[in-house]
Design a protein around this ligand. Structure first.
Ligand code: C2E
Ligand code: MG
Ligand code: MG
Ligand code: MG
Length: 287
């Protein structure tokens, strides 16, 4: 019996692996198609201040595949990175994001920041800085370029730091600012944090979730806020789902927040509607 179970176990394992490999290949193939057929879009999640007023947006990519249905970024971004498709995908995301920012500006909607996730492979691509420069000149006035924040993750630290810093400095000259995303989950090397021209830390949602009941997360977030203060960095707490976590973090000194408690990521039109509704000083409160 034990032998039989083992055999089944092996079969199951192989099936699972081959299923995953197949899905990987399928996503890779379909991603090419998706880029040519407008299946890739952006959603915008509000970033709010301690009074729940909207101060910015984070662009989050969405893929509604005609063949596979909705595919989460965590599923296809890593594949896009491995295959190099992230370069084309990233260009598409930048063009979409910049034209949205310009469109909103032309409609009179002002934000303090407009955040775009940028993967390390994209950041280090030899043409990236030039490409961003062309797009900035085409889509954005100098004032608008100053609203753009590129969110990078701590995996940049595993890359060649000299190249990373060079690229970041050149982008900074275009007006672009930087945020360290998912802070606290990766390498978190403080000496590198000092070397990189980063102005904001985004505390990973793993820490914010249920923080008011979790002493370990409280201690970690206090430490992060302390580091941020010392280095003069802004802090955004991500993944806020409950009022009590928001209140707790606000009282701890956090000034910017993002999460389903305020608003989920929204289609552009819905974002505009929310922003218009809130521009009269109305706080955001998601039911
Ligand atoms: P991230 O940059 O840390 O984005 C935050 C993620 O948390 C988003 O997931 C967002 O929908 C989700 N989120 C927001 N509020 C809450 C909340 O209250 N609770 C929970 N549980 N989750 C919340 P999403 O959109 O699935 O994106 C996942 C990751 O994929 C992103 O993490 C980012 O690393 C990557 N990603 C998304 N869009 C892009 C993009 O345009 N370019 C690149 N390179 N990566 C992207
Ligand atoms: Mg992000
Ligand atoms: Mg994050
Ligand atoms: Mg992330």
């Amino acid at each position: 019996e034990a032998k039989g179970a083992g055999r089944d176990g092996v079969v199951l394992f192989n099936e699972e692996v081959s299923h995953r490999v197949e899905l990987h290949l399928q996503i890779e193939r379909l991603l090419h198609f998706a880029l040519e057929n407008q299946e890739i879009r952006l959603c915008y999640q509000p970033i709010v201040d301690e009074n729940k007023l909207i101060v910015g947006a984070e662009c989050l990519v969405r893929w509604y595949s005609g063949r596979l249905g909705e595919i989460a970024p965590m599923q296809f971004i890593p594949i896009a990175e491995q295959t190099g498709l992230i370069i084309r995908l990233g260009e598409h995301i930048l063009v979409t994001a910049f034209s949205t920012l310009r469109d909103w500006h032309e409609r009179g909607m002002e934000l303090q920041q407009f955040s775009i996730n940028v993967s390390v492979r994209q950041l280090l691509h030899h043409d990236f800085v030039n490409h961003v420069q062309v797009l900035v000149e085409h889509y954005l006035s100098p004032g608008l370029a100053g609203k753009v924040v590129f969110e990078i993750t701590e995996t940049v630290i595993a890359a060649d730091v000299h190249s990373v810093v060079t690229a970041m400095n050149e982008l900074q000259r275009l007006g672009i600012r930087f945020s360290m995303d998912d802070f606290g989950t990766g390498y978190s090397s403080l000496s590198y944090l000092k070397q990189l021209p980063v102005e904001e830390l985004k505390i990973d949602r793993g820490f914010a979730h249920n923080v008011c009941k979790d002493e370990e997360s409280q201690a970690l977030i206090s430490a992060i806020l302390h580091i941020a203060n010392t280095l003069g960095l802004t802090v955004v707490a991500e993944g806020i789902e409950k009022e009590e976590d928001f209140v707790f973090l606000r009282d701890l000194g956090c000034r910017c927040f993002q999460g389903y408690h305020f608003s989920p990521p929204l289609e552009g039109d819905d974002y505009i509607r929310l922003l218009t509704h809130c521009s009269a000083g109305e706080p955001v409160n998601h039911p």
